[in-house]
Design a protein around this ligand. Sequence first.
Ligand code: SAH
Length: 230
Amino acid sequence: MIFHVLTIFPEFFAVPFAHGVVKRAQDAGLIEIRIHNLRDWTSDRHRTVDDRPFGGGEGMVLKPKPIFLAVESIWPERGPGRKVLLLSAQGRLFDQAMANRLVGEAELLLLCGRYEGVDERVAEHLADEEISIGNYVLSGGELAAAVVIDAVARLLPGVLGNDSSAAFESFQDTGHGEGLLDCPHWTRPADFRGWKAPEVLLNGNHEEIRQFRKRAAREKTARLRPDLLR
Ligand code: SAH
């Protein structure tokens, strides 16, 4: 799967994809991440990407033209399997279900806004979807793009060591997770400062362990995320 990112801060992405699961997925050729500098599609001496908002008011707005030119040159043909996503505080909320849907695409192109945002014609006539990673305002779409790429990439077959491991994680509706939180986990030592790991996890009885984890996941979901219980 190929991820494209359009940004005015390409150097931002040197770090988020240089570690762990996403790094290994790139090394294994399972995903490719291509970072594009929006300023490459400007034609003036100052490589201007922004301008003042019509109607007045605070801040600057990213101009439509460089963004349209960039997308049209990255993808001369759009076609199925290619989706343009605009990161935006005003977008539909990104969640595990959306990640599961996006992993079915061949290529994604993520547009990172800055300043007061992006000329609305990008949302209306260029992006397939406008998506938000949460009900708060970030300074730019770069962090949000990194979040979306990480969450989608780890769902690709072969990216996580064990093919089924994503199915058992929080929010995952496809496996045994039922869309609840993951069960809590413990590791050695069994007794840490007098706080003991649950005995049942140490006894090697797989059916009991399975039952315990199911109960523990439900209990934790009810306590911290009752909204997830139907
Ligand atoms: N004026 C806008 C915020 C602009 S923040 C508003 O009030 O809605 C600048 C950029 O950061 C946005 O264009 C978007 O790309 C990104 N951004 C901010 N919050 C975001 C969020 N919750 N999810 C995804 N992207 C976000």
